[in-house]
Design a protein around this ligand. Structure first.
Ligand SMILES: *Cc1c(COP(=O)(O)O)cnc(C)c1O
Length: 394
């Protein structure tokens, strides 16, 4: 989906105004949800030429066009196209299948989303594509891991459990000198807070299931690419036949319209909770790149304009049973996977079992928290109760 970018406006304005075609919608602000497969052609000549703005449901509709134009406007002028896929994981798998071929090699950051790792170790390995995992903090040192057949580097900043912050600019410089594409999982910050295509990334994908949807009610993925990568991504989407249901596309567009206010609140509440937690006696460390004390803070400050509401904490050593008692005591923090919705979440995690390039030894039990849109006073009171239960169970 190609369109012009009204780049003179601020991102908040572009999120509200882009992708609107009120005249075509008889004055309504929003596009309808087009449920459709067949598109009728007026003449045999049009049919032969596949002529028409829309040609078949899988290839797009006015609903998907409105979403794509809005996300393109947010990504910025480097964005040559936006692909729509049915989940965040399919954004990763579609991108990798589109970009790689048998005999290729890919470098993948060791703090990558675990199902991305499973895809590399499973399907890519079966198709004769070799993966090497790299230390998220190695920066330009990644140069020594390149091989003549290294075709792509997959990064995620910060990793969505352990929150190390790779230096994407340094990695991209090396990758481009080596003729490789840089693929970024930009789900944590979204292009509102991390304009990765402007920082050397060629393909920026997101689990729009998270902050773009924003209400824990859709599965959706997006793939944004620059002019160099878009043709191969567009071809991959077309050949694989991936698309998304129109109701989810509509809800994702609705999410984009309010992304700036929701994310600003997640940013504020997340930092407030992170600072409060850092001062708790039960907490050994808070893993949040927005904190001045975090090792990733300088890169975050240089490359990001905000943080989302997802971060982790390392507790002082405690038996798992006591941590489970704490989790069972929490009322506002639900236990469940995913994040980016309006609600707060807490889950335990341990990446040591599956990391291969680095050791994960934080020195205590780890919890990942998603700070939702509840009052932070209430969230602190909930954690207060949780910490009391943790202490009582030790
Ligand atoms: C959730 C998530 C995904 C996958 O998204 P789904 O829509 O659940 O398939 C990919 N990357 C990151 C960082 C995620 O947190």
């Amino acid at each position: 989906m190609d369109s012009s970018h009204p780049q003179e406006q601020q991102a908040e304005t572009r999120l509200v105004t882009s992708g609107r075609d009120t005249k075509a919608q008889k004055g309504f602000v929003n596009p309808p949800v087009f449920h459709g497969s067949t598109v009728l052609y007026p003449t045999a000549e049009d049919l032969h030429a596949h002529r028409g703005e829309f040609t078949y449901g899988r290839h797009g509709s006015p609903t998907t066009k409105a979403f794509q134009e809005t996300l393109m406007a947010l990504e910025g002028p480097q964005c040559a196209g936006v692909g729509i896929v049915p989940s965040g994981l399919s954004a990763i798998s579609t991108t990798l299948l589109a970009v790689l071929k048998a005999g290729d090699h890919i470098l993948v950051v060791d703090n990558v989303y675990r199902p991305s790792r499973n895809f590399c170790n499973g399907m890519l390995a079966r198709y004769g594509i070799e993966t090497t995992y790299f230390d998220p903090l190695m920066g330009a040192g990644i140069d020594k891991l390149f091989k003549p057949n290294t075709r792509a580097v997959l990064v995620e900043a910060p990793g969505s459990q352990s929150f190390e912050m790779p230096d994407i600019r340094a990695i991209a410089e090396v990758a481009h000198a080596r003729g490789a594409l840089v693929i970024d999982d930009n789900t944590w910050a979204t292009p509102l807070y991390h304009r990765s295509l402007e920082q050397g990334v060629d393909v920026s994908m997101q689990a729009a299931t998270k902050y773009i949807g924003g209400h824990s009610d859709i599965m959706f993925g997006t793939i944004s690419a620059n002019a160099k990568a878009w043709p191969i991504i567009a071809e991959g989407i077309r050949l694989l036949g991936v698309c998304a249901g129109p109701d989810d596309v509509f809800l994702a567009l609705r999410g984009l319209r309010t992304l700036s206010v929701r994310l600003a609140q997640h940013h504020r509440s997340g930092l407030d909770m992170a600072r409060w937690l850092a001062a708790r006696p039960e907490v050994a460390r808070v893993l949040h790149p927005g904190l001045e004390t975090d090792p990733g803070h300088a890169i975050w400050k240089r490359d990001f304009t905000g943080a989302s509401g997802l971060f982790s904490i390392v507790l002082k050593p405690a038996p798992q049973k006591a941590v489970d008692t704490m989790l069972n005591t929490l009322k506002l923090f639900g236990m469940g996977f995913s994040w980016g919705g309006f609600e707060s979440l807490a889950i335990p995690f341990d990446c040591d079992a599956y990391r291969t390039a680095t050791r994960w030894a934080p020195g205590g039990p780890t919890l990942r928290l998603h700070i939702g849109l509840e009052s932070t006073d209430d969230l602190k009171a909930d954690l207060d109760r949780g910490f009391a239960a943790l202490k009582a169970a030790m």
